[in-house]
Design a protein around this ligand. Sequence first.
Ligand code: ZN
Length: 261
Amino acid sequence: MIDMNQIVGSHDIVMITLDTLRYDAAALEVENCPNLCRGEPWEKRHTPGSFTYAAHHAFFGGFLPTPATTDKSEHVRLFHSKHTGMKTHPATWLFDTPDIVSGLQQEGYRTICIGGVIFFTKKVPLAKVLPSYFQESYWRMTFGVTNPRSTEHQVNHALKRLEKAEANERLFLFMNVSAIHGPNHYFVAGAKKDSVETQRAALRYVDGEIGRLFTKLRERERPVFCMVFSDHGTAYGEDGFEGHRLAHEVVWNVPYREFIV
Ligand SMILES: [Zn+2]
């Protein structure tokens, strides 16, 4: 079990949300994701929100996806607000701010957001809310859902920013990966619409790009603790449902992993 009190302060921290990735799609691609999975399976979890805006508010509030098991004793949280009066686990890191981003900032972390989907574009007031949690936030048209090479552009931007970072500076780097969100049919030649198949192809593409980020992070002075998970899944016609922001198991079940880079 990860003891977050040993991580915060001594490690750089990376959080990557693979926007819209379904648990079942991810589970079928473990062998094809050497960077994200390293041969280990995804953990099945339940997301606290059925779409990007709701889920990310929960994540930044310290509520990561919950293990999809009925044994509550296994549900040890990495982050928890201090002074709530609730009993917390010794491995949980307690923050005394409204959210983990400002909590990590208070611990001397530089907080950086690389945006992806529409809620990170900063184009309208609503789309500035999530990026405003961070000291620095970036979004470019090329990071968005319509660009078939979005992850390449997002990773390139992260690498450029890491070049400029002091080797001993504490970093909290958050990235919202947009490629797996619809439209993703262009990851399969000839496909006309999004499906589990095209989402799986998008995930393979993302894994191929994210390796460069991990290589760069390994050059950092501090070890890097990384959390990778989806914010919600999406329906491709199951029981008549399409999309997300609805209550269906293909939306609520999400893949989760945490590891030292
Ligand atoms: Zn999302």
